[in-house]
Ligand binder design. Structure first.
Ligand SMILES: C[S@@+](CC[C@H](N)C(=O)[O-])C[C@H]1O[C@@H](n2cnc3c(N)ncnc32)[C@H](O)[C@@H]1O
Length: 268
């Protein structure tokens, strides 16, 4: 029997932003921080955020439905992910990195999407990298923590124990190098980055006391020399910045540069 078609999937896609907005507002209201020490009553939370109790209960119940909070009777507490990642001031806080997506959703990359889609042409000159979505200010720290988590996940599935020197091209804050070097004590890394990112990455590497094993070098890996004596090259969230042609050239150069048995890791 053929199932009658339903618009459920379309409605889910059309309303997905409402779930994101609940998360963003929960972060802006600092609810997880308010609940960090344990459960609090509806009355307590409502008056702390300055909301009418009916409105507060609806909002908190929505957070419960989305798995962000847990309700026990008339009190609410953080779900495990909220406790770990949404409590402001804790080392794993990702709130600013997550609300960045709200900011980016209002950038011209999205508001002028159709017009840009029609005007963009492949194969012409390299379009300048849009900085609208790049992290700024407080978002940087959260973005670094997210990249560290990605690096730790990569370190768990990628065995680099036989490798000695990693070239992290466009390594950003150095998070992937930090995670991989922390996992592999014999590994050293060199992060190649633009001039403005060098002090940022250096500060994060210093913070983890890895300056003796991770170097941060200013350079343009598309046109400049690649770091010498590397047996593994990492391109994490980099290929999507460039055209197919430029990427072919880059990967060809990396292939020529690596020794026999060298490794190229494409991540992101
Ligand atoms: C999307 S970020 C990825 C950062 C990092 N790999 C990560 O996954 O966390 C891309 C980075 O590449 C750097 N980048 C782009 N083109 C570059 C070039 N030609 N030479 C050096 N760095 C470059 C940018 O400055 C930016 O920090």
């Amino acid at each position: 029997m053929i199932e009658p078609s339903s618009p459920v999937k379309l409605l889910e896609l059309a309303t997905a932003f409402q779930r994101s907005k609940v998360l963003f507002e929960m972060i802006r209201l600092d609810l997880a921080t308010l609940l960090a020490q344990g459960p609090r009553s509806l009355d307590d939370v409502g008056s702390s955020v300055g909301a009418d109790l009916v409105a507060a209960e609806r909002f908190l119940d929505t957070c419960v439905a989305l798995g962000l909070l847990v309700r026990d009777g008339s009190s609410f507490r953080n779900a495990p992910d909220s406790q770990r990642f949404l409590v402001r001031g804790t080392p794993a806080f990702l709130g600013d990195a997550l609300t960045r997506y709200d900011r980016v959703s209002q950038s011209t990359a999205w508001t002028e999407f159709a017009q840009r889609l029609r005007s963009w042409r492949a194969g012409s000159t390299e379009s300048p990298i849009s900085l609208e979505g790049a992290p700024r200010d407080a978002e940087f720290d959260g973005q670094h923590r997210l990249s560290l988590l990605a690096g730790e996940a990569l370190a768990r599935v990628l065995d680099l124990s036989a490798k000695r020197r990693l070239a992290d091209l466009g390594g950003g804050t150095g998070a992937m190098s930090i995670a991989l070097c922390e996992r592999h004590p014999d590994l050293k890394a060199i992060v190649v980055e633009s001039a403005e990112m060098v002090p940022v990455a250096s500060a994060y590497v210093r913070e983890r006391r890895l300056l003796d094993r991770i170097g941060v070098r200013e350079g343009d890996f598309m046109s400049g020399p690649l770091p010498a004596d590397c047996d593994v090259v990492l391109l994490a969230n980099v290929l999507s910045l460039f055209s197919v042609e430029s990427n072919r050239t880059l990967i060809g150069r990396i292939f020529e540069h690596l020794p026999a048995g060298g490794t190229l890791v494409l991540s992101g």
